[in-house]
Design a binder for this molecule. Sequence first.
Ligand SMILES: [Mg+2]
Ligand SMILES: [Zn+2]
Length: 201
Amino acid sequence: MRAWPVNIRKGPAVPTAFLDRDGTLNRDRAGAYVTRPSQLKIYASAPAALRIISGKGYRIVVITNQSGIARGYMTMAGSGAINLKLVRELRREGAAVDAVYFCPHGPDEKCACRKPEPGLIKEAVKDRPADMARSFVVGDKQCDLLLAKRAGLKSFLVLTGQGKAAAAGRAPAYKNLLAVARALPDLRADKAGPAAKRKKT
Ligand SMILES: [Mg+2]
Ligand SMILES: [Zn+2]
């Protein structure tokens, strides 16, 4: 389900960064859920990461499992308030999130949107098309990597949140979202040609 914004303007297919929320953009409380806006602690480096990702030509879409709703730890409205806080705080730092999608279901409900099922990405792409060949997923859990695989997207694992457990020496991992942002190809520089690229480095 789309948490934000209320209205979507369609447009051409844009390379899109599908970002996990808890553990990727904000602190993941181990063994707990972010159930109140006051518990949302955005990582200090996240705004800079988002500014770089946007600056390189990617749309930013947050996709998040929020089974705490199904488990009765928070309401839909309560979850919405947390997502709104996320978007507003990031925007204050000059970091633009284009949309937030969430799955409110529990693991037993067999819905099509709980990651690693690709329902949230399908919904996002239906709202606004993504250039899938140049889009990707970033997350701190295996389910994020599996989601990317099922959606046919590249993925990056971050070591924030529960990433250390997810990596376990197997998947290549990045220190945090900022490290991913820095490693991404700059689509705008590519467009401007080699001269602009030289100038930037
Ligand atoms: Mg996560
Ligand atoms: Zn769901």
